[in-house]
Design a protein around this ligand. Structure first.
Ligand SMILES: C[S@@+](CC[C@H](N)C(=O)[O-])C[C@H]1O[C@@H](n2cnc3c(N)ncnc32)[C@H](O)[C@@H]1O
Length: 265
């Protein structure tokens, strides 16, 4: 597997994913009861931003003007914790999760690639966190249901293998059999919107859900990635309203041709 997230770190897709993840965690940690979090495809944890990477069209579009968007303050606060006065680093999902959790919560990150796993061990040191080297879909089976009985699970595959979608669907079905009430966030790319629509149609019957999509290019432009989406199973109460407050702002800033395009449904 030669997937390297460093080039993609801080992209428009990462910004959407991490904003939705943070908002979900904020709602899930509203109650004082302990929460379990699982990141099945954790990545390296912290990325050095090089020029020419996808962050140019993502976090770098937002950072210098961040005070204009107080509705995104929680997101900027986490990015800021890994930077000095200048934006040089971008935190990955394990750091967004660990920064959101409280002392009594618990977090498990799973990563399959040994170099990414080793890098993550260097940066994720919070006492409530554990890191496993292995297959995230197996983690869904081995780690669920959590003893806390409340959980947020991020599934963020690279979609490079032809078998990824069947592994995703199988993993989700197993997870739901073991932990029906978990909050599951599934990230997906949008290259051809019809293809993304097919994935959502397969996931939709699994249960109550919310879909958040943002296109940075018009759907008929043949770029590497026109946009991305999050499929959220068992969304916490209030998430749809919160998405209505932050996603239009993101769509406005991240559009590449001046036309904001997003869907919350
Ligand atoms: C998109 S990146 C993860 C980015 C990370 N979730 C974030 O938001 O910062 C995908 C990662 O999944 C890893 N990976 C791929 N297949 C995996 C699997 N079956 N189980 C666990 N990790 C996997 C890759 O090595 C890569 O580091």
């Amino acid at each position: 597997m030669n997937y390297r997230h460093a080039f993609h770190a801080g992209s428009a897709a990462d910004v959407l994913k991490h904003v939705v993840l943070l908002e979900t965690l904020a709602l899930a940690t509203y109650k004082p009861k302990p929460l379990f979090a699982l990141d099945t495809h954790a990545g390296e944890g912290l990325y050095r931003l090089a020029s020419g990477g996808e962050a140019d069209e993502g976090i770098k579009r937002l950072w210098d003007r961040r005070r204009e968007w107080p509705e995104l303050a929680a997101y900027f606060a986490v990015v800021g914790r890994f930077n000095g006065t200048q934006l040089k680093n971008y935190p990955g999902s394990p750091l967004f999760i660990s920064e959101s959790l409280r002392a009594g919560d618990r977090f498990v990150a799973v990563e399959e690639a040994p170099p990414a796993h080793a890098a993550l061990q260097e940066v994720l040191r919070a006492p409530h966190s554990q890191i496993f080297l292995g297959d995230g879909y197996q983690g869904l089976k081995a780690l669920l249901p959590p003893r806390e009985r409340r959980g947020v699970i991020l599934i963020d595959p690279p979609y490079e293998r032809l078998t990824e979608r069947s592994a995703l669907l199988g993993g989700l079905k197993t997870a739901l059999e073991r932990f029906r009430q978990g909050i599951y966030l599934v990230w997906y790319p949008i290259k051809d919107p019809r293809d993304a629509e097919r994935l959502v149609a397969v996931l939709a019957p699994l249960g109550e859900h919310l879909c958040v999509e943002l296109l940075t290019w018009p759907a008929d432009v043949r770029s590497r990635l026109n946009g991305s989406g999050l499929f959220i199973l068992n969304p916490p109460y209030g998430l749809k309203k919160r998405m209505g407050e932050v996603v239009p702002t993101l769509a406005h800033i991240l559009t590449r041709d001046g036309t904001p395009r997003y869907r919350i449904r």
